[in-house]
Ligand binder design. Sequence first.
Ligand code: DGL
Length: 274
Amino acid sequence: MAATWSITERQRSIGVFDSGIGGLTVVRALMQHLPHENITYFGDTARVPYGSKSAEVVREYAFEDTRFLLQQGVKLIVVACNTVSAVAIDDLKAQFDIPIIGMIEPGSDAAIAATNNSNIGVIGTLATIASESYARALRQRNPSLNVFSKPCPLFVPLAEEGWTAHPVSQMVADEYLSSLRQKNVDTLILGCTHYPILRSVIQEAVGNHVRLIDSGEAAAIRVERLLGEHEMLNVSTDQPNYSFFVSDVPQKFKELGAIFLDRPDLRVTKVHLA
Ligand code: DGL
């Protein structure tokens, strides 16, 4: 990390990548917490989903996604994808000399701060839950926690279909989450980019007394702190520049992105990763 950042260096954008469109929930949180920061996003829409692939393949993709963002000159990378955060974050941090923030640590810290009865639920893709990354991070911080994990693979297509409050989504949520309800969890980590989109059906399924932790939101707060501590915040008050890159044709990303971010004017470019 540079010792002292010039005004121009501080203007470099925050890089964010995800397997596809879901990472826009993290972008939304970044825009809210850091309204002056430029953001460069890469969504690997040609290869989504990552959550059902092997850790080896996800790691390979994550390296390519990171290299692409570095080529764009970003100052920090946010790994919005929980699956990548779960299986590849240590490899990325070891390989690349740039601050890299994943979802697992911020989400775990926020859950520990929220729980009163030490019963924490974690939901995510098959790969995220199989990696046990959240459970490990939680228990490392507090070995006496009870952690109950559950993969919810159908939530991703339901969110992409825009069925945020649809009866089918509610049925699926009730089916997936009844076991967590029986475990008396008081805090539930939404360990996947897409799950905040289904927040209302998830809340209904687990009950209003359960605190839902949005890992993307927690990560945005972490990014804000890190940039502040290292004097890397953009000091310009100009309108920020948001650039979006995808690996498949941009049409669907543009349409859904406009809804997710409430912005009709997304500039989305298709790129081919070398
Ligand atoms: N972005 C992924 C995650 O947060 C969900 C979609 C996928 O499986 O690629 O785990």
